[in-house]
Ligand binder design. Structure first.
Ligand SMILES: NC(=O)c1ccc[n+]([C@@H]2O[C@H](COP(=O)([O-])OP(=O)(O)OC[C@H]3O[C@@H](n4cnc5c(N)ncnc54)[C@H](O)[C@@H]3O)[C@@H](O)[C@H]2O)c1
Length: 350
């Protein structure tokens, strides 16, 4: 890149999540949305008009632009290995939506392409940038919870049949990669891994109970054993009406915290600090938004903004972004193991 004055962004895939990226880019100093692309020309044009960017129906044309330094991959999940590799070969840095890809084999192909091209890759997990999650992570790093005992993720959500019909890729193994865990639950699973560290083994069951004709699960239960000796459960669904806030519980022998949709609901330690009372009084701390029954309801772009700000800074200072490709791979690897356990009826060691 000749000039670091402005980092130019290009969005590929102009569906539901794309405006969140466009709005977030607009709010980051030194970042500019230059171009957008969608195979459905009208989708590209609509987003381009709203945010003052150039529209393309062929993303290869977008990649030819020298003023696009970063590409935001907002296409269906199972398309990112090929499109991402093309972006890398064109010398573009990449911010990918979650999940990074639909399985680890395809993620590894993308990581190789990115390494060979020497570009940077970040995977969107905007919930990590929420204030509540950051406070929990800081307390964990300081050892305030003591010995970790239980880490639980509950994603009891609802997605209508119309949601699954709203895109031909939704609910398919090839392009969605899975159901309530790979698409929806993955945010909380990423947080659980960020908080509790690597998983030793998992035992799981999955089912399809509330939707017809999907290739993927809308119900999953997993027992997780972490390498540090603690355990937890992951319960995910998109068949629970009307849908409840996503809940993440962190319990140690010295303290505990509970997040609901990123909002701190519980915060207590055996050894209290003066700040703890302030944090409790301030609860709820700002949250990234909720997806209990509608993926785009009450969602703000603040989490995306913070992550795109981090990526812009990472490019400027030639450092790794906070959530790089390897970090993005972790949740998919765990979900893959959950699916394998459900398929074989056996515990899976990671
Ligand atoms: N971070 C979050 O909270 C969040 C929320 C929603 C979606 N997502 C992720 O974003 C991705 C997209 O989801 P969505 O709900 O926006 O889907 P969507 O179906 O609404 O949008 C996808 C768009 O990509 C376009 N597209 C397909 N192939 C293309 C190609 N080769 N070139 C250019 N455009 C192409 C489609 O025409 C469509 O407009 C998914 O991976 C999903 O998991 C993340």
């Amino acid at each position: 890149m000749k000039s670091m004055a402005e980092v130019g962004y290009g969005i590929i895939g102009c569906g539901n999540i794309a405006p969140m990226h466009a709005e977030a880019i607009q709010k980051v100093e030194g970042a500019r949305l230059v171009a957008v692309s969608d195979v459905v020309e009208q989708n590209a044009r609509k987003l381009a008009e709203r945010f003052g960017a150039a529209p393309y129906s062929d993303y290869q044309e977008l990649l030819k632009r020298d003023d696009v330094h970063v590409v935001n991959l907002c296409i269906p999940s199972g398309m990112r290995a090929e499109v991402g590799a093309a972006c890398a070969r064109a010398g573009k840095h990449i911010i990918s939506e979650k999940p990074l890809e639909v399985n680890t084999e395809r993620i590894d192909a993308l990581l190789r392409a990115v390494d060979e091209a020497g570009v940077k890759l970040a995977c969107i997990f905007q919930n990590r940038f929420a204030d509540g999650a950051r406070l929990v992570k800081e307390a964990l790093d300081e050892g305030r919870f003591g010995k970790l005992v239980l880490g639980d993720a509950y994603i009891k959500w609802y997605r209508s049949d119309d949601y699954y019909k709203s895109g031909s890729w939704r609910g398919t193994r090839r392009l969605d990669g899975g159901g309530c865990l790979m698409n929806q639950g993955i945010h909380q699973i990423d947080l659980l891994l960020w908080f509790f560290g690597p998983v030793k083994s998992v035992f799981a069951r999955t089912n399809l109970v509330g939707h017809e004709g999907l290739e993927v699960e809308d119900l999953a239960c997993a027992i997780v054993e972490f390498e540090n000796g603690s355990m937890g459960v992951i319960e995910g669904s998109t068949a629970v009406w009307p849908g409840h806030p996503a809940r993440l519980e962190v319990h140690g022998d010295q303290g505990g915290a509970v997040l609901e949709d990123g909002i701190l609901r519980f915060w207590k330690f055996k050894e209290e600090r003066p700040d703890d009372e302030t944090i409790r009084a301030g609860m709820p701390v700002t949250a990234p938004g909720a997806g209990a029954s509608d993926p785009m309801a009450n969602v703000t772009c603040e989490g995306h903004r913070r992550q795109i700000e981090d990526f812009t800074d990472a490019i400027r200072h030639n450092r790794a972004p906070k959530i790089d490709g390897k970090e993005g791979r972790r949740s998919v690897a765990l979900i893959e193991a959950i699916y394998e356990s459900a398929r074989t009826g056996r515990p899976v060691t990671l």
